[in-house]
Design a binder for this molecule. Structure first.
Ligand SMILES: *Cc1c(COP(=O)(O)O)cnc(C)c1O
Length: 377
């Protein structure tokens, strides 16, 4: 038995719609992207959705159109995938790292205010591994200091905070469709917002700053000459990708049910091992379990890295937990305060295999292997 860390859930419907797009001859951003955007906005509970090439470019576009420029500061957790901080640097701005709350692995709301300076423009919380950050507390701080909130929801499609889906809390929210996330378009991203003017600007920004879209020109019965009022980027999703996304979004309900079922099975079985901490989810949160992490406690007979090696020897793939960005060589010197919780979680956590098609046998093999390595049974 060989168990991967994840496996995208794709099928015949995706193939059929992709082949339909190819037959029409319109393969770049066009009617399917527009349809995917409408479906996505409706699902997430936002007024507008704007598709991009990835979550990284979505974050960059959201920051840039929010006026973030050279010398500005953006507050981010260090415990995140490196793209979170990179998107800030892509604007010429400075990511200011804040420690996490080790219970949720999300930014510690009580430590945000001390990181705010007169250069701060945006607070960018990350819904790490799909578990929503404290949106209300963050919003309150942002309002008090006249800052914008841009949510890095790369992992959080389908998750909910206090009864409302991620995307529905009135902020600017960026999602990813990389195959490691809950639904995929190969590569791809999405921005949601309730602000009509910002949505229009984002549509131009991702299309070289062009004043009219290809769809508008295609539908027009007269010649249309475009103009460029600001310098944009090519961050366009293709209609081929959007076709996959349209079908994936229809599968989301099933995917979420399966992921939660598998996570609950892990929670139950692994909480019997005293050397492991399993995630505890606050009751006002609906978790999509984009990733399933465990923390290896100091009492454990094996370290995190040895456990990963021994599992790999049994053909079980795992990954280290979420990285600490400030510990990477390219972010040396960026952290202004100690980040002890971030470092501890980054060193002692790992991600276990979880995908909708995972069988009970596969999962039991993972659990039994961990127990055996830890000296149980
Ligand atoms: C995956 C991920 C990203 C980057 O998403 P891409 O679509 O691959 O650019 C950004 N932030 C977080 C937290 C992520 O997990």
């Amino acid at each position: 038995m060989k168990i991967p860390i994840t496996k995208p859930y794709l099928g015949e419907e995706e193939k059929r719609l992709v082949s339909e797009v190819i037959d029409t001859g319109w393969v770049t951003q066009g009617p399917r992207v527009a349809e995917f955007e409408e479906d996505f906005a409706r699902y997430a509970g936002a007024r507008y959705a704007i598709a991009t090439t990835s979550c990284t470019t979505a974050l960059h576009a959201a920051l840039a159109t929010s006026g973030v420029k050279a010398g500005d500061e953006v507050i981010v957790p260090s415990l995140s995938f490196i793209a979170t901080a990179n998107s800030v640097v892509h604007c010429g701005a400075i990511p200011v790292f804040v420690d996490i709350n080790p219970d949720t692995c999300n930014i510690d709301v009580n430590k945000i205010e001390e990181a705010i300076t007169n250069k701060t423009k945006v607070i960018m919380p990350v819904h790490q591994m799909g578990l929503p950050a404290e949106i209300d507390g963050i919003r309150e701080i942002a309002e008090r200091h006249s800052l914008r909130v841009i949510e890095d929801a790369a992992c959080a499609i389908g998750s909910a905070y206090k009864g409302k889906k991620i995307g529905g809390h009135g902020n600017i929210v960026c999602f990813s469709f990389h195959p490691r996330k809950v639904i995929t378009t190969g590569e791809g991203g999405m921005i949601t917002t309730d602000d009509a003017e910002l949505a229009a600007r984002l549509r131009r920004f991702r299309h070289h700053g062009m004043s009219i879209s290809d769809i508008e020109r295609h539908k027009a019965d007269k010649v249309m000459i475009e103009s460029y009022h600001e310098i944009g980027y090519n961050y366009r999703m293709t209609d081929i990708q959007a076709a996959i996304g349209i079908v994936q979004l229809k599968r989301l309900f099933f995917i979420l049910e399966k992921r939660r079922q598998i996570a609950e099975f892990y929670n139950k079985a692994l909480s019997e091992i005293q050397h492991i901490r399993v995630p505890e989810i606050p009751d006002y949160i609906y978790h999509n379990y984009q990733s399933y992490w465990i923390e290896i406690l100091d009492s454990s007979p094996v370290s995190r890295d040895i456990l990963m090696e021994k599992l790999l020897a049994k053909a079980i793939a795992t990954r280290r937990g979420i990285m600490a960005i400030h510990m990477e060589p390219c972010y040396k010197g960026f952290s202004r305060v100690p980040l002890p919780n971030t470092e501890k979680i980054a060193m002692n956590t790992l991600l276990l295999p979880l995908y909708p098609a995972m069988s009970i046998e596969e999962q039991s093999f993972v659990i039994d292997s961990i127990k055996e390595i830890m000296g149980y049974g």
